[in-house]
Design a binder for this molecule. Structure first.
Ligand code: ACO
Ligand code: ZN
Length: 161
């Protein structure tokens, strides 16, 4: 299920992957972060930070964090996995890497961090990503008005783990 497509591997990110991760983030998403933000996530929640690799080249990543808060799906105060950013380089899409990265990260969030649910924000216009998340059982739980700097709304999507 969480197996990557043939020719690809998925493994935990290391410090030396961060330049590639940052390059992919800048090339594929408008939401970019300072290098220290990536480093911080790797240090604190590295078990849920994965890269996808082909021929020794990083072609995708998923970065998460763990938070305490009221559940969107689970009841009361719970540990929640938060998918901060996922991206796959365009020429490597639609092969199952996004799905495999999500499944690996969700497994770690649950089993290594004890998260009871997972959530994320996604642009309302981002149909590929929304389709991926819905296929994985996420539901749109609310709209975050003007969430992005350019004024676009986000869906907050969540599912139980
Ligand atoms: N159109 C429709 N459905 C799609 C599309 C698409 N373009 N892409 C993925 N899906 C759905 C399909 O159901 C697909 O299954 P199928 O190929 O059998 O039909 C399923 O998702 C799984 O697709 P994957 O191949 O696993 O996904 P991929 O490796 O292409 O990565 C991703 C998806 C990460 C969203 C990629 O398109 C990407 O990097 N986009 C740019 C960055 C981005 O938008 N990231 C998400 C931002 S939100 C956040 O980070 C929390
Ligand atoms: Zn977020």
């Amino acid at each position: 299920m969480a197996e990557p497509p043939p020719g690809y591997t998925i493994r935990h990110a290391t410090q030396s992957d961060l330049p590639s991760v940052i390059r992919i983030n800048r090339a594929t998403l408008p939401e970019n972060y300072h290098p220290s933000f990536f480093e911080d996530h790797l240090k604190k929640w590295g078990r849920a930070f994965y890269v996808a690799e082909r021929d020794g080249e990083v072609v995708g990543y998923i970065m998460c964090r763990v938070e305490w808060g009221f559940g969107f799906k689970a009841k009361g105060l719970v540990k929640k996995g938060h998918v901060i950013s996922i991206a796959v380089l365009p020429e490597h899409r639609r092969k199952g890497l996004g799905r495999a990265l999500m499944l690996r990260a969700m497994d770690s969030l649950k089993r290594e961090y004890g998260a009871e649910e997972v959530y994320l924000e996604v642009r309302v216009s981002n149909r590929p990503a929304i389709a991926l998340y819905e296929k994985l059982g996420f539901e749109k739980t609310r709209v975050l008005h003007m969430y992005y700097l350019d004024g676009e709304d986000a869906y907050l999507m969540a599912r139980k783990l």
